[in-house]
Design a protein around this ligand. Structure first.
Ligand code: NAD
Length: 359
């Protein structure tokens, strides 16, 4: 049956990078038999300008009716002074909540060809391939009660609540174990079980969930040690699974191990593996409209979509191999360019990936 993809370019470089990813999808359709249809929607500042809201109902309806969403990025200088409830970023949060995307998958992959882009020694990071699975709709970012209250002594007190139910932990655990089965079969669950009761329970539930996956090796690590290990010896990890806040911090740290923000895709999945796929970077207003943006993170997001929602792993492999081949050819957008390589623009990079896919 034909699958449907909602395409939301968004703002800034979102327009340019999504155009390249759509070119890749069209080649998969015409040359390799991918059975999908695509429909565009508005989100972010562009949607606000056109409709007065960063997430029009028509866009949310389109996304809910689709199997997968391909998103560019939202935000930009133009919309920074808007009231917070209509800022572009609200469009993104509304999509995540409206589609119940509770599992955020953030791979940190360092292509050996780009080992010099990292601030860490090449031998520490070359060939790095970690998958961070972050719980996205629970934990301290959403827990109640929350707020700032006045104490009897007149002082203000800020408070938030870290809360997880067992079912929230087991469903994110299942996502992590399922992914590990497709990789090196190792899961490291990151918590702070020595201090926080909530994450002590997290650890117990992970152990229970892990019993259904006897082939996967489960380990546990306190978050402070995990942060240290990520910069000391990151290649020890395969899949890391953790809470919303710990995942927020650790996934940015892992992304920066690679040193190339324009290379990293992400996925956010619901309970039925329906998902939103997007690069981890923002709308880069400083380079928007100049054909300078690196489209590879967005093209690699399409590969994740093929693997995790559309169940077309061979096509995902084809994209990833093509990206590898293009890097081997020495082709680089400005953000990953080094002496001796060929500097190319956004559109030529998209064309190069397509040429390599056709082989
Ligand atoms: P950013 O990721 O947009 O840019 C950070 C730096 O990285 C910039 O110098 C930019 O030029 C560069 N960069 C980013 N992506 C690149 C690419 N594909 N190719 C080449 N260079 C790239 O982060 P920022 O500057 O902090 O934020 C800009 C806007 O994006 C803000 O409005 C922010 O709110 C928004 N934002 C959106 C998302 C999202 O849509 N998911 C994520 C982060 C930030």
């Amino acid at each position: 049956m034909t699958k449907k993809i909602a395409v939301l370019p968004g703002d800034g470089i979102g327009q340019e990078i999504v155009a390249e990813a759509v070119k890749v999808l069209n080649v998969l359709k015409s040359d390799f038999g991918l059975d999908v249809e695509m429909e565009e929607g508005l989100v972010g500042g562009t949607a606000y300008d056109a409709t007065g809201t960063p997430l029009p109902d028509t866009t949310l309806d389109l996304c809910k009716a689709s199997d997968a969403v391909l998103l560019g990025a939202v935000g930009g200088y133009k919309w920074e002074s808007l009231p917070i409830e209509v800022r572009p970023e609200k469009g993104l949060l509304g999509l995540r909540a409206g589609m119940e995307l509770f599992a955020n998958l953030r791979p940190a992959i360092l292509y050996p060809q780009l080992a010099d882009a990292s601030t860490l020694k090449p031998e520490v990071v070359s060939g790095l391939d970690i998958m961070i699975v972050r719980e996205l709709t629970g934990g301290i970012y959403f827990g109640q009660p929350r707020g700032v209250r006045a104490l009897d002594n007149g002082e203000r007190q800020g408070y938030n609540t870290l809360v997880y139910s067992e079912s929230e932990v087991s469903r994110i655990g299942k996502v992590a174990f399922d992914i590990a089965m497709k990789r090196d079969k190792r899961v490291c669950s990151v918590d702070k079980a020595n201090v926080l009761e909530c994450t002590e329970m997290w650890r117990e539930v992970m152990i229970e969930e892990g019993r259904a996956f006897p082939d996967v090796e489960l380990s546990h690590m306190y978050v402070d040690n995990a942060a240290m290990q990520l910069v000391r010896a990151p290649k020890q990890f395969d899949v890391m699974v953790t809470t919303n806040m710990f995942g927020d911090i650790l996934s940015d740290c892992a992304a920066m191990l690679t040193g190339s923000i324009g290379m990293l895709p992400s996925a956010s999945l619901d309970a039925n593996s329906k998902g939103m796929y997007e690069p981890i970077h923002g709308s880069a207003p400083d380079i928007a409209g100049q054909n300078l943006a690196n489209p590879l993170a967005t093209i690699l997001s399409v590969a994740m979509m093929l693997r995790y929602t559309l169940d077309e792993p061979a096509m995902a492999d084809r994209i990833e191999s093509a990206v590898n081949a293009v890097l081997d050819q020495g082709k680089r957008t400005a953000d990953i360019w080094t002496e001796g390589c060929e500097k190319i623009g956004t559109d030529v990079m998209g064309d190069a990936v397509i040429a390599a896919m056709r082989g």
